[in-house]
Ligand binder design. Structure first.
Ligand SMILES: [Zn+2]
Length: 207
C-alpha cells in the first residue's frame, strides 16, 4: 500500500484490490501524522497570489516593498516614492499603468547595468528588448540582442546584475557549459546564491 499527497493536498491511497477495507483504514490511520505534516507543508508553501491592484497591496521594486495607494488629486499619473501613488480616477487602469511603469524602469535599470559590464566583460549586446515572457528572466537572441522580462526589475540590484551578466556571457558562450559558468563566475562569484534567490522569490514577482 502507498499514500500519496497531491499538490492540492488531496490524499490518494493505493492498495491491491484484494486488501480488506479495514486494513486500508488502519494503514491510513497509522500514517495520519505524516499525512497532516505533508498537508501543512503544502498550505504553507508560498503561492502566486493574483494581484488585485487594490488599495494597500504590496509590490516589489528593486527588492523593496512598495504599497499601492490611490489618492484624490495632486498626482498626474504614477508616482513611485517608496510607495506607489495613483490617482483614484485611474483605479480601473491601475494594472496597465503599473506594468508600463515597471517596463520603463526595467529598461532604464538594465541599460545602466549593461553599460557597467560592457568593458570588463568585453562584449556588447546589439540591442535590448523588454519582454513579458513569464517563463524566463532573460534570453540572448541569435543576432546578439538581449531580452529581459520586465518583472526582473522587482528583484534587488545584485540579482538583476547576475541575470545581465548571464545573458551577456551568452554573447561569448552559447549554452551552459563549464566555460560559460567559469566566465559568469569571474563577474558574479556567488552566482549560485542569486539563482537560489530567484527560485525562492519568483512567486512574489509573478504579477
Ligand atoms: Zn543562459
Amino acid at each position: 500500500m502507498a499514500i500519496e499527497i497531491k499538490a492540492d493536498g488531496v490524499v490518494v491511497v493505493r492498495a491491491p484490490r484484494r486488501v480488506q477495507p479495514g486494513l486500508i483504514a488502519g494503514f491510513v490511520k497509522r500514517h495520519a501524522d505524516w499525512i497532516a505534516l505533508k498537508q501543512a507543508e503544502i498550505t504553507q508553501r508560498p503561492r502566486a497570489e493574483p494581484k488585485g491592484f487594490v488599495e494597500g497591496e504590496d509590490f516589489l521594486f528593486l527588492g523593496q516593498t512598495c504599497r499601492l495607494h490611490f489618492v484624490e488629486a495632486g498626482v498626474p499619473k504614477i508616482d513611485f516614492n517608496g510607495h506607489i501613488q495613483l490617482p483614484r480616477a485611474k483605479e480601473s487602469q491601475a494594472r496597465d499603468l503599473i506594468e508600463d511603469w515597471y517596463r520603463a524602469q526595467a529598461r532604464k535599470v538594465i541599460t545602466q547595468n549593461i553599460e557597467q559590464r560592457v568593458s570588463e566583460m568585453g562584449c556588447r549586446p546589439s540591442g535590448l528588448r523588454i519582454t513579458g515572457a513569464r517563463q524566463r528572466w532573460g534570453s540572448c537572441g541569435i543576432r546578439g540582442a538581449l531580452n529581459f522580462n520586465w518583472r526582473l526589475v522587482m528583484a534587488p540590484p545584485d540579482i538583476i546584475d547576475y541575470i545581465v551578466v548571464h545573458e551577456m556571457a551568452h554573447l561569448k558562450f552559447r549554452g551552459h557549459g563549464r566555460q560559460f559558468w567559469k566566465f559568469v563566475e569571474q563577474f558574479v562569484p556567488r552566482y549560485q546564491e542569486k539563482r537560489q534567490w530567484l527560485s525562492d522569490n519568483s512567486v512574489r514577482m509573478a504579477i
